[in-house]
Design a protein around this ligand. Sequence first.
Ligand code: ADP
Ligand code: MG
Length: 277
Amino acid sequence: ASISAADLEKLQVLGHGNGGTVYKVRHKHTSAIYALKVVHGDSDPAFRRQILREVSILRRTDSPYVIKCHGVFDIPGGDIAICMEHMDMGTLETLLKNGVVFTEQLLAKICHQVLSGLEYLHAHKIIHRDLKPSNILVNQKMEVKISDFGVSKIMQRTLDPCNSYVGTCAYMSPERFDPDTYGSNYDGYAGDIWSLGLTLLELYMGHFPYLAPGQRPDWATLMCAICFGEPPALPESTSENFRSFIECCLQKDSGKRWRATQLLSHPFLSNVDAKSA
Ligand code: ADP
Ligand code: MG
C-alpha cells in the first residue's frame, strides 16, 4: 500500500537546510518511522520543475548506499514532501559535532559505503554534486547512505550563491571553477570524488581542511586556495594507505583523479569486510 500525507504524524524536526525542513514522522496505522522532507513550494515553475527532476533521481535509485524514497506528495499550498527512510544517527556532520573520533578504521568502513554509493550513481549517470558530511546519513547499524540529491543545485540560481551556500561551494573541485585548467577529460563524475576526499579529510582532522579550526570561510580566499594552492593532505602520522587514498581523490587535474570503481580496490579499503561494514 502506498503512503499518503494524511497518514503521517509529525514527531520532531530533524534538520533545516536550503531546500526546506526535514521532519521525523510516524505512520498512523503501521507505526513505521520515516523522514519527511518538505520542500517549500515556489511560484517559479522553473524551481518546481527542478525539484521534481531531483525527486525523479531519488525514485529511480535503488541501492543500499543511497537513501530510499517511499513516496512524494503534493501538499496543498504548493509545497512538495518527500518521504524517505529515517536514519536514526543523523549525518556525519552531526557525529563530528558530537565529538565522535573518526579513526582510520572507521573512516575506511564509512568510505567503502559512500564509494559504493558513488559507484552506483555514476554507473547510472547521476552526479551528486553536493557531497559533504551533512549530506551523508548514518544509522545505528553503521549503515551509511548518500542523500540530498542536487536540491541545492536549484539554490545556486540566487544572486549571491557563494555567500549563501559556502558549504556547497567549499567542497567543489578545481575543475568546477576552471574546467579549462583542471579538467582534462572533464565529465563531471570526478567532482564527486574530490568532495569525498575533502569529506574524509574533514572527518579525520575535525575541521574543514582549507580552514583553520573555527575559521570563518571567506569565499574568494577559499576559491583561490582550491584552484591555485596545493591540495590538502594528511599528516605524516597517518598510514601510507590512507594518505595515498586521499591523494588519489584530491588530484587537482580531474583526469588524474581515480574513479569510484578504481578506488574501491585501493589498499586503504582492502581490510573492510563489505558485509559487516
Ligand atoms: P537540504 O537540501 O535542506 O540540505 P537535506 O536533505 O540535506 O536538505 O536535509 C537537511 C537535514 O535534515 C540533513 O542535514 C539531516 O540533518 C536531516 N535529514 C535529512 N534526511 C534525513 C533522513 N532520511 N533521516 C534523518 N535525518 C535526515
Ligand atoms: Mg543537505
